[in-house]
Ligand binder design. Structure first.
Ligand SMILES: Nc1nc2c(ncn2[C@@H]2O[C@H](COP(=O)(O)OP(=O)(O)OP(=O)(O)O)[C@@H](O)[C@H]2O)c(=O)[nH]1
Ligand SMILES: [Mg+2]
Length: 584
């Protein structure tokens, strides 16, 4: 099968084009460095199946960072049948330097100028025919985001694959000149709105408070819309159990009924009920992100990050980590300096991922009023940032972290419904894959631990889980964390999705009865202490594995494990001991 590779500078819309062409769901975002791995999908070109490869963005072919190596190694080892050079029509001249380097490789190549819509809005005029004539290259102008001009690309690909011709090298030296001559940028390119918005959003004093208010509003909205949906789902799951499952499973032996209903069904549905809330959160975040606003936040915080030995990119990774810490850890590949990369990696596991968000939404809605709950969540996000910052402060200066880098400011862009829905769908898929891998296994194990040996009262001190929690008691009691919760924490080490599922199993309750029981057994101080611990200690096994794989350092992995456990314990201890004295 033939290979077509998408190559270009960061944030030029390669992944958007990849998704548009193949129907895939590669992550797209309005800042440079979103893609750090090679992605492939199949595509039909003129009746032939070809393999399309999406690559990380690069500025030149001589870089040695991990993400750049992905590209250079791919080009060297695979020699693609066709290179599609993706460039933004709004920055053609600047990006033609990379084009010149690619032509020197000598593979067949066509040029796609994307962001036609943006170029048009800025009044940029491009003489495609003259440009193609002068450079001898096949060219097309399109907007992958809005799906305009895609038919030109299909024709271009068909022709290039049918009659592959290596580029004529002689014209490469004057590429920048050719682009300057045939791409007319008006003297007063209309960036009016972007500048006006930046005057407010990047304001020295207003910028950061405004960002915090914005995020506060996002939480309010997620809660206001998502809570009723979650309650509805819980009711439906309960009705299904009573109406259909219980009668159906009646012929089975008692213990198997218990395992299937109180273990797997209760565990899974309790967690699944939170998925709509999480999806909503990411749909909102995709709007904040894709408009380009989050890059402004990274810019505002860059100076503060520098004091901790990090830079604005670290903040961007924390924001990526809100979904899942694993891709955020991989995202550090864009950082050239190893010292800086390792320091950034050490801070990422504190980023409050969607799995932890489920736990917090659950506890916040049980222990606090509807008015308080969004603020409780917000406070946890602030503590997550504070823990990451503290970690950087403690560990900075243990290796050279100097790295020259310019935070590129993307223009403001309209999010599309398609992108928002894709982001939401990705969360659902993430949940399903984690559910099949960890949650089912986790709740089954918890069920056995809390129901065996046979004959003892479920979840009592005589069960295996009871014995384990007695061993842990000296550590968890000073934090106000009771034995049941400490079992949940133990399993949360594997994946945070198991935490609520295992509570449902431990108590043998779901829906309203579970929340009522918990609300009676726990006050808000114990709950918040539990949330603090859950927030700060190791997120999950996959994160540890990725940390080890990406850093190739066992030492760093161990430091991360021990430090986060220690910090979690210390924070919960200090909070709990002070709080019970203030609010007896
Ligand atoms: N206006 C407009 N925006 C686009 C177009 N194509 C992509 N974008 C936006 O440009 C931003 C970057 O898109 P990506 O597809 O993530 O870019 P990329 O080249 O894959 O970026 P890296 O993976 O970081 O190298 C996103 O905000 C997209 O929505 C387009 O044709 N028009
Ligand atoms: Mg990309």
């Amino acid at each position: 099968m033939k290979h077509i590779a998408l190559v270009g500078m960061p944030n030029t819309g390669k992944s958007t084009l990849f998704n548009r062409l193949t129907g895939a769901h590669a992550r797209v975002g309005n800042w440079p460095g979103i893609t750090v791995e090679l992605l492939t999908a199949r595509l039909l070109v003129g009746g032939d199946m070809v393999q399309l490869v999406d690559l990380p963005g690069i500025y030149d072919l001589c870089g040695h960072a991990e993400d750049e190596k992905v590209v250079t190694t791919f080009l060297r080892d695979h020699a693609p049948d066709l290179i599609v050079f993706v460039m933004s029509a709004t920055q053609a001249q600047r990006q033609s330097t990379l084009l010149a380097e690619l032509l020197a490789i000598g593979r067949p190549l066509v040029v796609v100028m994307t962001m036609a819509d943006e170029a048009q809005r800025m009044g940029i005029q491009i003489d495609l025919a003259a440009l193609s004539e002068q450079t001898g290259l096949g060219l097309c102008l399109l907007s992958a985001k809005w799906g305009r001009g895609m038919e030109h690309l299909q024709a271009l690909l068909r022709q290039a694959l049918r009659q592959p011709s290596p580029p004529r090298l002689t014209q490469a030296p004057d590429l920048a000149g050719a682009f300057a001559r045939h791409v007319h940028i008006p003297a007063q390119a209309s960036l009016g709105l972007s500048h006006a918005l930046d005057r407010v959003f990047l304001h020295r004093w207003l910028g950061l408070p405004l960002f915090l208010v914005m995020m506060g509003l996002v939480f309010q909205a997620v809660f206001a819309l998502g809570k009723p949906i979650q309650d509805g789902m819980a009711t439906v799951f309960e009705a299904l159990r009573i109406g259909a499952l219980e009668p159906m499973l009646l012929p089975l032996p008692g213990w198997l009924q218990g395992l299937l209903l109180d273990g797997i069904y209760t565990g899974l549905t309790t967690v699944a009920a939170f998925v709509p809330l999480i999806v909503l959160f990411f749909v909102f975040m995709s709007v904040v992100e894709d408009t380009g606003y989050l890059s402004r936040a990274a810019f505002l915080i860059d100076a503060l990050m520098a004091r901790m030995g990090l830079d604005g990119r670290g903040f961007v990774m924390w924001l990526m980590g809100l979904g899942c810490n694993v891709p955020a850890l991989m995202g550090t590949r864009v950082i050239r300096s190893r010292g800086l990369r390792l320091l950034t990696m050490l801070t990422i596991p504190f980023s409050l991922c969607s799995a932890r968000l489920q736990v917090f939404v659950f506890f916040a809605s049980i222990l606090f009023t509807a008015q308080q709950a969004p603020w409780v969540l917000f406070s946890l996000y602030l503590i997550s940032i504070a823990s990451a910052m503290l970690t950087a402060l403690v560990f900075k200066g243990r290796g050279p972290t100097a790295d020259t880098f310019v935070l590129e400011m993307p223009p403001y862009r309209w999010p599309t419904l398609r992108q928002m829905l894709t982001r939401g769908w990705m969360e659902v898929r993430h949940f399903l894959s984690r559910a099949s891998r960890y949650i089912v296994l986790g709740v089954v194990l918890v069920w056995f631990l809390t129901h065996w040996p046979q004959g003892v009262a479920p979840a009592s001190d005589q069960t295996w889980a009871g014995h384990i929690s007695q061993v842990l008691a000296p550590l968890t009691q000073p934090l106000g964390i009771d034995p049941h919760l400490s079992i949940a924490l133990l399993f949360g080490f594997v994946a945070k999705e198991i935490v609520i599922g295992s509570l449902a199993v431990i108590y043998g309750l779901e829906g309203d009865s579970l929340t009522q029981t918990l609300a009676q057994q726990m006050n808000w101080i114990q709950g918040y202490s539990f949330m603090l611990f859950t927030l700060i200690y190791t997120p999950c096994l996959s994160t540890i594995a990725t940390l080890h794989h990406e850093s190739k350092s066992l030492r760093l992995t161990l430091i991360s494990l021990l430090w986060s456990l220690g910090l979690a314990w210390a924070c919960s201890f200090v909070f709990y001991q002070i709080a019970i004295r203030w609010w007896p």
